[in-house]
Design a protein around this ligand. Structure first.
Ligand code: GMT
Length: 374
């Protein structure tokens, strides 16, 4: 098949999944054309089946806001004509699905089906905002196929947009040959003494991640079991963690690592992953942790319960219940054999339920089904 993948190129789960999907499809013999305003940061591989097409932003004094959606639609048309695309797969509804719809109209003589994968914030934050609601609903209903990364997101989408559109759940996936635990005692020693535990959180530090909860869980745990907290990533709420660390004299216990590319190395030295988000359609980062044998302490929200088995690969608590999350964390950190069982179960779940070998063929057959029916 000749597939175009439209995604956001920068940090963020939707771009990561889109890029990994495209790379893996190329390795399976498909011709994959990425279309975005920048080369996706995970597109770090040369393969003869992989192409990247940059959407150039036309700068003109009249344009206070250059019309990216139209430039993207034009680029999809150009690539469709040159490469003879079979299908376009857009990740993140806004504005990608609208651009794909427009491209399809512009190519009226040759039907070009498009699939939209909903990732979460495109529905719960952006799409449900008054300004984008109608356009998001329209783009979902006009897509030839729609997938959501969890059942929870599927149901939420159908309810928010009052649509009966058939939405297929295709869970996110992970390459468990890339994400695995590689013990590194030297690196671990840089951050923690032998009797200390390491807790970790990786995100883009937006309000939805509840950064104060992460700090409070850590502070409670640290009082009973001396620990370190590794904070990986950057974003508007990082300041809250910095203030908390200063106010609570935890500057030497909370390590701010900023944006990092090689997170497997940091996950491999960690004992627990904290994800107390108020909302998470899937929680790809929790899956990455699980693949590296790091049990997850998380909030029971959105799609997280579909990823983390409560009581076997981690523990789930109501959003905001930091006491309960800290109690669960301590239960694992203070019981080696229980912790080992959770670590093994986490890795096992990543392999058996979410490995790329399982999920890739599902996308492939969905592409075929949509192409055949159009
Ligand atoms: O949550 C983020 O910080 C990024 C966001 C995105 O758009 O890339 O993540 C969303 O998509 C990921 C990949 O499908 C999911 O794993 C995240 O749970 C989802 N984020 C939210 O629902 C808040």
């Amino acid at each position: 098949m000749k597939i175009a993948i439209v995604c956001y190129p920068s940090y963020g789960g939707s771009g990561v999944i889109a890029t990994e999907l495209g790379k893996k499809m190329a390795l399976r013999g498909h011709e994959v054309h990425f279309i975005s305003y920048e080369r996706p940061f995970k597109l770090d591989l040369f393969h003869e089946n992989l192409y990247f097409h940059e959407v150039e932003i036309f700068d003109y004094p009249l344009f206070k806001f250059p019309p990216y959606s139209i430039a993207l639609a034009s680029k999809i048309v150009e690539v469709a004509r040159c490469a003879g695309l079979d299908i376009v797969h857009v990740h993140y509804a806004m504005p990608h699905a609208i651009s794909a719809y427009l491209a399809k109209q512009m190519l009226s003589s040759s039907d070009l089906p498009f699939i939209t994968t909903l990732h979460g914030t495109d529905i719960t934050l952006v799409g449900s905002d008054k300004q984008f609601y109608d356009a998001t609903k329209f783009s979902i209903e006009e897509s030839d196929g729609v997938t959501a990364v969890s059942n929870s997101l599927k149901q939420e989408t159908q309810s928010i947009f009052e649509t009966k559109k058939d939405i297929h759940t295709i869970h996110n996936f992970i390459d468990t040959k890339q994400f695995y635990r590689a013990e590194n005692p030297v690196l671990r020693q840089r951050y923690a003494q032998p009797d200390e535990s390491i807790l970790i959180h990786i995100s883009n530090f937006r309000a939805v991640k509840r950064i104060e909860d992460i700090c409070e869980i850590f502070a409670i745990v640290n009082q009973k079991k001396p620990s370190k907290l590794l904070l990986v990533g950057d974003g508007p709420e990082i300041i809250k963690a910095q203030e908390f660390a200063s106010k609570n004299s935890l500057r030497d216990r909370i390590v701010f690592l900023g944006k990092q590319e090689r997170v497997t190395e940091l996950l491999s030295i960690s004992d627990l992953f904290l994800l107390p988000s108020s909302k998470e359609s899937f929680g790809l980062v929790a899956l990455e942790a699980m693949a590296c044998e790091v049990p997850v302490i998380a909030a029971k929200t959105g799609g997280i319960p579909e990823v983390v088995n409560d009581g076997s690969s981690g523990f789930l608590s109501p959003v905001g219940d930091v006491e309960n999350m800290a109690t669960n964390a301590l239960m694992l950190l203070e019981n080696d054999s229980l912790h080992r069982r959770f670590r093994e179960a986490a890795r096992e779940r990543a392999i058996t339920t979410f490995s790329s070998e399982k999920i890739l063929p599902v996308y492939e057959s969905f592409y075929r089904e949509i192409i055949e029916q159009c």
